[in-house]
Design a protein around this ligand. Structure first.
Ligand code: UTP
Length: 289
């Protein structure tokens, strides 16, 4: 009962990070020197995933280019004896079997996931949102895979969000099971204050069972007029139940401006090449704030 397939929805319009996302997919925004989506693919691979489907749309072909070979660049690096960089570049295209599919209309995250039906077939699969980078010792996707192996149920990666921000996220009804695992029996997307169920919210990762596809086919547009993945998962949670895992790892929301800056600063501070210089720069700058 392992999980070998992952879907990365990356077809959103990124309206919260315009103008940069007008021509550049937000999933390709750099965190220092690596695009967000590469961190996500690496997390999936580190969690034992072999086949990855990235859902894209018009204007996102540079995501495909990034995971392809670049022979001209590789030749140049080799002839300049930059062997380490050459190996690093080649490794990107060898990470996993990466497939691409276009979501022809941007009808929401639930719709993007439903496009993966023929790729997934009848296996449980991981979903990693293309704009949520989560960095930690233990890959979040692996934490969810372990919970799936134990329960066989839909598994949701959750963390608590701030009370004044829950209205922008999903809110889950949960009961503690053991350790960092909760049973989830209900949920609501973007709740008004009187409908908040808890501060636990699905943050960018889940393992879904294939019965989600029939449910998605019957899911009407919800919050924001989009087909919401949460509305479909809710049907599973209310019937067979789902498991929420309060994951460890630091999440950076690359779909919002503050999240992009936090990711860059924190990753730069730990970066092997520029970390020390950046720390000196930042502490000098902080004195003038
Ligand atoms: P978001 O809701 O954060 O993305 O979806 P968005 O629609 O691009 O955001 P804003 O509100 O306009 O700024 C989470 C993930 O789902 C993908 C996005 O690319 C993102 O990685 N997504 C969203 C799709 O693939 N298709 C969609 O129709 C919507």
């Amino acid at each position: 009962m392992g999980i070998t397939k992952a879907v990365i929805p990356a077809a959103g319009l990124g309206t919260r990070v315009l103008p940069v996302s007008k021509a550049l997919p937000k999933e390709m925004l750099p965190i220092v020197d690596k695009p967000a989506i590469q961190y996500i693919v690496e997390e999936a691979v580190a969690s034992g995933i072999k086949d990855i489907l990235i859902i894209t749309n018009r204007g996102k072909t540079i995501i495909e280019d990034h995971f392809d070979r670049s022979f001209e660049l590789e030749d140049k690096l080799l002839s300049n004896q930059k062997n380490d960089v050459y190996e690093e570049m080649k490794k990107i295209s060898d990470l996993a079997n990466i497939y691409f599919l276009r979501q022809k209309e941007t009808k929401g995250l639930g719709h993007a996931v439903s496009c993966a039906k023929s790729f997934v077939q009848d296996e449980a699969f991981a979903v990693l949102y293309g704009d949520d980078v989560i960095i930690g010792e233990d890959p979040v996707c692996a934490q969810l895979v372990r919970a799936y192996k134990e329960t066989g149920l839909t598994v949701l990666g959750v963390n608590k969000v701030k009370e004044n921000e829950i209205c922008k996220y999903s809110s889950l009804k949960v009961e503690h099971m053991k350790g960092n695992m909760f049973k989830c029996t209900d949920m609501i997307e973007k709740p008004s204050p009187d409908r908040v169920m808890s501060l636990y919210s699905i943050l960018g990762r889940c393992i879904l069972t294939p019965d989600i596809f029939d449910i998605l086919d019957n899911t009407k547009p919800g919050a924001g007029g989009e087909i919401q993945l949460t509305d479909a998962i809710k049907v599973l949670a209310q019937s067979v139940g789902a498991v929420a895992v309060n994951f460890t790892g630091k999440r950076y929301d690359m779909g919002n401006k503050l999240g992009i800056m936090m990711a860059s600063v924190e990753v730069a501070l730990k970066h092997k090449e520029i970390g020390q210089d950046f720390r000196t720069y930042l502490s000098d700058l902080a004195k003038s704030l």
